[in-house]
Structure formats: C-alpha cells, structure tokens
Ligand binder design. Structure first.
Ligand SMILES: *[C@@H]1O[C@H](CO)[C@@H](O)[C@H](O)[C@H]1NC(C)=O
Ligand SMILES: *[C@@H]1O[C@H](CO)[C@@H](O)[C@H](O)[C@H]1NC(C)=O
Ligand SMILES: *[C@@H]1O[C@H](CO)[C@@H](O)[C@H](O)[C@H]1NC(C)=O
Ligand SMILES: *[C@@H]1O[C@H](CO)[C@@H](O)[C@H](O)[C@H]1NC(C)=O
Length: 481
C-alpha cells in the first residue's frame, strides 16, 4: 500500500473542530519564530499567543520541511491538523484540544524540522579553513490573521556570522531596527501591527528571502542510504540488527589534497577541522553481543564499544551501549563512506508475549540516531520467524510505503514473513519504535526444529564445517516473556 508523503499528515487524528475553523475574528498577540541553525538539520519553532489556529508556511520553507508538529505550549499531546496547499503557502489547520471561549489566549508551539536546508559556502574549503553555511527563509512568519508583534530569532551554535540580509521596505512595521545581532543570535523584528499576510498582495509587497551566513564547527552529516535488516529468531531467542550505511559529508568539498600529518597536528592541538569527521558516537541498545563493523575493505577494528547491561525487568529503559565508530579514514567534505554495522540482542529485551491471545509483540527501532544528521533514504526490513501468522504492525508515523512479503533463507521451507518499509528525510526526531505483532503456532516451532535437525544431519554427513554449525544452533530456546 504505497502512500505519498505529501498527502499523509503526521498527526494521528484528522477531525477538525468546525467551531473554530473558518472564523476570521482572531488575532495573533505575539509570534516568536526560533530557528536553530544546524548542519544537515534545521529546527524551526514558532510560538504564538493566539486564539485559534491556522499556521502558514511559505512554499520554499514547506519544501524543506520533513516533520510538522503542533502542541499547546507546556503539553506533550500533539494536536491534529490538516494541510491545505495554496498558490504561495501551505496552510495547516490545527485543531485545538477544546474550543476556546471568547477573548481567551492559548500558546501554540508549531515545530517543523527542515532537512537539506543549509548550503556550504564557499562550496570548497582547504583543510585548515572554517566551514561556512548559508540558510535562507522568509522574513515574515505568514499568517491568515493580523499580528500585534512578531520576531524571528536565528540561533547559531557559535557567535560568528559572516553576514545576514538587511530587510528592505519594512519601515511600516519597525520600531527601532529591522535586524539586530546579539551573540550567536540574529533577530529579525520586533515587527508590529502586521495585517493578515497569507495573501498575494502582502507577499508580493513585503515578503522577502533572508539569508544568514554563519560558521558551523561540526561536520554536516548525511546518511544517504540506510538499509536496516532486523531478523527475529525464536530458535536462538535472538534479534539481529544490521545496518548498511552510506555516510556523506555534506560540508564544503576539500580543496587540494588531504594531509594526514596536518590532520594529526590539528587533532594534537585540539583544534580539529570543523568539516572533517574523524569519529562518530552512536548509542546502541543495551545488552548487545557479537557486534561487527566492516567496510568494503574488511573488518574495522579501531572502534570502541562499551556495552550497557540490560535493565532489570520492570525498570524503565536502561542506558545505551556506546559505540565510538571510527571510519577507516577521516571523512572529508564531499566524501562518502559505506560500511556495515550489526549486532545481536536477546529477544526478550524487546519482545513481549501475551498468553491470552498467543501474540508476540516486538519493538523495532527505525534507526540509530546520529545527532544532527539527516537520513535521506531508508529501507527497513523486518524478518519474522518462519511460520509467523497474523502479522501486524503499528507505525509511530506514516512510511512512504509499507508491504508484507516473504524472505527466503536456506534453512527455511516456505520462507519467512517480512515487512518492508521505506522512509525519506528522517532525523533524530524519527528515532522511534515500530511495534510488530504476530503469532507462531507450536507446530511451526516444531517444524522449524525438524528442519534444522535435518540440515545439521546433512552438514555433519558432509563434514568439515559441521563443528561451526553445531555451535551456532545449540538449542537455547528461552521462553520469551
Ligand atoms: C526530502 O528532502 C528533499 C530536500 O529538502 C525534498 O526535495 C524532498 O521532497 C523530500 N522528500 C520527501 C519524501 O519528503
Ligand atoms: C477582551 O479582553 C480585553 C482585555 O482583557 C477587554 O478589555 C475586553 O472587554 C474583552 N472583550 C470581551 C468581548 O470580553
Ligand atoms: C572479522 O571479524 C569477525 C568477528 O570479529 C571474524 O569472525 C571475521 O573472520 C573477520 N573477518 C575478516 C575478513 O577479518
Ligand atoms: C558520493 O555518493 C554520491 C551518491 O551515491 C555520488 O553521487 C558521489 O559522486 C559520491 N562522491 C564521491 C566523492 O565518490
């Protein structure tokens, strides 16, 4: 059942309360837009004091947006919305949790995550150079309502800007200055008494792109492709996760040659080049074993893994195991690095069994978060035990496509059910779990056992590799709780 991203809102409920929508007698008391200038991922939050809500995003901002969330400030619950696309803007009709009485104010937080939104500038850099990035957005936060006052704050990680746009033709709204800089923040506004602005008139007259050119002292990382295969095995009471990753450094491309000596000097002086990635810290699940990491050349042995113990039963989520992943070579701007990372984990760490219904539930993480990085393209395959029936799954947010198929391995007779999901433009925010449910009949267990026994017998007969196989299929059939 393929789905198009653009037509699937991310929120769960789609009901819209008519009492609030369509009314035009509302006003924004204050709008603050905060943009956290990152590398591959830019985080935009708009806080508004208002009475009900339709949020607008300009066309260019909408195209860069991969995730939209609306909440009442201070509350966790996501508000549902529907999106309408007009000529110049996308409008999100957000349903308030309860109809708002006249003259009351509510604070709404509207978050959107943009990916691929920054450009390295200059496009090339020498090894010792700084890394400059450009980010562009619209000057005004557009709204179908009039606004008493609004500001846009663009926050960088370090207080160094190369430049930022001076807005034009804004005298009508400006008290003191149209734009100011304080430390690591550039502020556009406050702009006062702005009329409804989602119309062509306002947009043509006043809306304009603003660009900040800032320094960013961390590599801009993009996971171009992630292929995650998760294999659930009842026989070994094991869950294996394998990631095939192509990592790309989306910072400025290296000008000239890479000098390992200079790189080592920079490391020694504790001033690593901002656009070179020497290593990456990843949080893997607790209790993992048999971790492996190899690339196109072979095993990579320079990484360090500290495995966190599994949390005792009933405890909250335990700590992460920490992997310091060190690519075979430092990853420079414009370079790719393809590698495979995998591990086993005890099945009971992520599975539950409901005796009443005979149903297993297994939680499967969509990705291992890499802070600041965007996963441009993911294919996730979940392979269930042979003979699993009543396969179902619950997704934390919609996938681009999802299908149930069959995965055949050499020990299987009929293949195993598998679920394949596709995603684009994922960020740390999407590092959530999928819940898979299925049943396995006792008969299927036995059948599988018989197959393995037969295979082992044949392999023994063939000799040679028999010992290895013998070890790997030692029946450690644990009961999955
Ligand atoms: C992913 O991001 C790119 C760049 O921002 C955008 O062009 C593309 O439409 C996005 N794809 C999806 C499916 O959101
Ligand atoms: C709305 O609130 C303002 C300020 O609190 C008050 O002056 C005004 O009378 C109120 N209007 C209504 C219709 O209650
Ligand atoms: C890579 O490491 C694994 C486990 O540490 C080992 O079994 C395998 O033989 C190694 N492969 C190569 C090519 O060194
Ligand atoms: C990195 O990968 C991308 C896409 O796979 C490719 O277009 C690009 O040429 C690669 N860059 C290098 C330096 O190999």
């Amino acid at each position: 059942m393929p789905m198009k991203w653009a037509s699937v809102p991310l929120a769960l409920l789609l009901s819209v309360t008519s009492a609030l929508c369509g009314s035009s007698s509302f006003e924004n008391t204050a709008i603050v837009r905060t943009v956290e200038l990152g590398g591959a991922v830019v985080h935009v939050t708009t806080t508004t004091a208002l009475k009900t809500y339709t949020v607008a995003l300009g066309k260019a901002d909408r195209e860069k947006t991969s995730l939209v969330e609306a909440k009442v400030k201070g509350q966790d619950k996501l508000l549902s919305y529907t999106e309408r696309v007009e000529k110049d803007v996308s409008l999100f009709d957000v349903t308030l949790p309860k109809p708002l009485a006249g003259n009351k104010t509510v604070n709404i937080v509207f978050e959107n995550i943009q990916t691929h939104a920054t450009t390295p500038w200059p496009e090339t850099a020498e090894q010792r150079d700084d890394q400059g990035l450009k980010y562009t957005t619209g000057l005004f936060v557009l709204s179908p309502y009039s606004t008493l006052v609004q500001r846009t704050k663009l926050k960088a990680l370090v207080p160094r800007f190369k430049s930022y746009t001076e807005p034009k033709n804004v005298d009508a709204f400006v008290g003191d200055a149209a734009v100011t800089k304080a430390g690591a923040t550039v502020v556009y506004g406050p702009y006062k008494d702005i009329p409804a602005s989602t119309n062509a008139n306002f947009i043509e007259k006043y809306q304009q792109p603003i660009t900040v050119h800032y320094y960013h002292e961390q590599p801009v990382l993009e996971v171009r492709t992630l292929k995650r295969a998760v294999e659930i095995s009842h026989w070994g009471a094991n869950i294996n996760t394998q990631d095939d990753i192509t990592l790309y450094n989306a910072g400025p491309k290296l000008k000239g040659h890479f000098s390992r000596l200079e790189h080592q000097m920079q490391g020694y002086m504790n001033k690593p080049a901002p656009h070179i990635l020497p290593a990456l810290n990843l949080g893997l699940p607790p209790g993992i074993r048999n971790a492996y990491y190899y690339d196109t050349i072979g095993n990579v042995s320079t990484s360090k893994l500290r495995v966190a113990p599994l949390a005792p039963k009933g405890a909250q989520r335990s700590q992460f195991s920490l992997l310091e992943l060190r690519p075979r070579y430092p990853l420079l701007g414009g370079w790719n690095y393809s590698f495979t990372l995998g591990w086993d984990a005890p099945l009971e760490s992520s599975a539950a069994y409901d005796k009443k219904t005979g149903t297993y539930t297994v939680s499967v993480p969509i990705l291992t978060p890499i802070p600041g990085a965007v996963v441009t393209d993911e294919e996730l395959q979940i392979i269930l035990p042979e003979g699993a029936t009543d396969v179902n799954y619950a997704l934390p947010f919609p996938a681009l496509s999802a299908e149930i198929g069959t995965h055949v391995t050499f020990l299987d007779t009929v293949g195993r059910p598998s679920i394949t999901l596709r995603y684009k433009n994922l960020t740390v925010k999407n590092a959530q779990d999928i819940y898979v449910t299925y049943k396995v009949s006792t008969l299927a267990h036995i059948k599988k056992g018989l197959n393995v026994a037969a295979a082992v017998f044949i392999l023994f007969a063939l000799g040679g590799i028999a010992r290895r196989v013998d070890l790997s299929i030692t029946p450690r059939k644990k009961k999955v709780q």
